[in-house]
Design a protein around this ligand. Sequence first.
Ligand code: KG4
Ligand code: ZN
Length: 352
Amino acid sequence: MNILTIETTCDETAAAVVTDRLKVLASVVASQDALHGRFGGVVPEIASRAHVERILPVIDETLRKANLQLADLDAVAVANTPGLAGSLLVGLSAAKALCVACDLPLLEVNHLQAHIYACRLASGRDVFPCVGLIVSGGHSNLYRCESPTDFTPLGGTIDDAAGEAFDKVASLLGLPYPGGPSIERAAETGNPKAHRFPRPLLDDRQRLDFSFSGLKTAVRYLVVGPGKLGEGKRDVGGTSLGVGSAPLSVADVAASFQEAVVDCLVAKTELALESTGFRTLCVGGGVAANRRLRERMEDSAQQLGYELHVPPLSLCTDNAVMGAIAVERFRAGKFADLTLDVSPGVERTSQH
Ligand code: KG4
Ligand code: ZN
């Protein structure tokens, strides 16, 4: 069975063909980074318009790479939640149109669950039950994942997501979008102990939640001072911030910020493993590409003796291959119908 998977939740237009035995026949990702870069973040209207232009060429290219015709497909799967409304609608409309035109069944994909399923694909074997940590541009959530079709929220961010904090702090430091990779690069030569930024909620062992907006503000206060709009920010491309008498090293700020985010992610994830009793952790989403986070998670797994799965970089950031989670629904006969709608926004798990 060949399943075409479509992903347009945010700013990547992606398609893949996977088989019901989880073999990847082709994958194409058209990134929009170049379109959003000058705005320092994703502009939803630009994203949806770009998806409209790219979706058909991306699907064509995917089928060509897989050496398949439309007639060779057995189902179409599409991520319909969560994400940007306009972006989601482009993927869903394309998927429905293909289903009608080619008389194919439709399968829905939850984009966050798909990020966790990337670990299943990468490891080549069952990873459930596990704790799932999703760290992306819009989400920092922990889940109890009993099976690929049974996810229960354990906690999550109460304000900014980890990736969002990376992107905003990068912009504050004059580093290019997307901020995560820029901060990671800048941090390589920095001292993570140079600045002691807050680790919000770290000591609250009753909650599996994160909060990153105060951390972002702490960086802002250090860089531009409280109540200021950003005058005195360093020039883009420099290595130090010309504020006050002693210039700040961008590398030190980036490394100290990254360390604070990673400390929070590791500590709450360890708590989630402890509270569920699960011995497997799957990490997904764009921030899982961060080398410092990967390193620290590996140390933690070694120390506490749990099994860690983090996908290769290409499966961390948005792609359609992870839409292979639809195979689980396909096998269970759980098809969607043409009334399937998008469910935009962010999936907040915190009860607080
Ligand atoms: O999962 P993803 O590609 O898209 C969403 O579903 O949001 O995640 C994108 C996020 C962005 O905020 C980006 O800055 C962050 O992932 N990111 C990283 C790294 N690579 C991407 N954050 C930290 N370190 C990285 N190496
Ligand atoms: Zn994502």
